[in-house]
Design a protein around this ligand. Structure first.
Ligand code: FE2
Length: 218
């Protein structure tokens, strides 16, 4: 894997006023970078460092898992947003979205409520799980990849993601995320990729008789 911090896919002030330049600079330049630096301290120069970030996440536990997963989650979070985002997904994801949530209002209510009611730090996800769309939260650094599911987009629920702009009002941050920031093209690309993998996953499960296993956290 590469221990270089990936650049933000937009300028640091591009998501303002919904996420300020100050928040993005701190979040990307300090918090995200810190996880990468810690991960390099933990595995740099070992054979593990030659593996992909995803492989490290699936094999690791403890601090290596925590920091590797947080690097992946933050990279994914930046891509889940874009300036002048929001709206609704189109194409096949749009069809699944309408079927699952009945439209933007239903999705917005369910997504914001899931994130608002999540206790403590974590992540809020829209996930492709066995051909269906679902909203879920994970605690700390956990992510859908370890359950064999495909993330379509995510919002960071750690306070550093929103405290400077919204203080303790997590729901307001999530409403702005849905209304003005989501990059549905990114989610749709992830949906297509998940759908392409799905027949292979079914075949693999049928052959082995074993569903994808969540790694033990000990
Ligand atoms: Fe974060």
């Amino acid at each position: 894997m590469d221990f270089e911090l990936s650049a933000l896919p937009y300028a640091a002030d591009a998501l303002a006023p919904y996420i300020s330049r100050e928040t993005l600079m701190l979040h990307h330049g300090k918090h995200h970078r810190c996880h990468l630096t810690k991960l390099e301290c933990l595995i740099g120069g070992t054979s593990q460092a030659d593996e992909s970030l995803e492989a490290i996440i699936l094999e690791a536990e403890g601090p290596v898992f925590d920091n590797a997963a947080q690097v992946w989650n933050h990279d994914f979070y930046w891509k889940s947003m874009k300036p002048a985002g929001g709206g609704v997904p189109l194409g096949r994801l749009g069809v699944a979205f309408a079927r699952e949530f009945g439209g933007l209002g239903g999705f917005r209510r369910a997504f914001v409520e899931a994130g608002r009611s999540h206790f403590g730090s974590g992540w809020l996800w829209l996930v492709h799980s066995r051909g269906r769309l679902s909203i879920r939260t994970t605690s700390n650094a956990e992510l859908p990849l370890v359950d064999g599911d495909t993330a379509l987009l995510c919002a960071d629920l750690w306070e550093h993601a929103y405290y400077l702009d919204y203080q303790n009002e997590r729901a307001r941050y999530l409403q702005a995320f849905v209304d003005f920031l989501i990059d549905w093209d990114f989610a749709a690309a992830n949906w297509r990729e998940a759908e392409m993998k799905r027949p292979q996953a079914r075949t693999a499960r049928a052959t082995s008789g074993v569903a994808p296993q969540r790694r033990s956290l000990g």
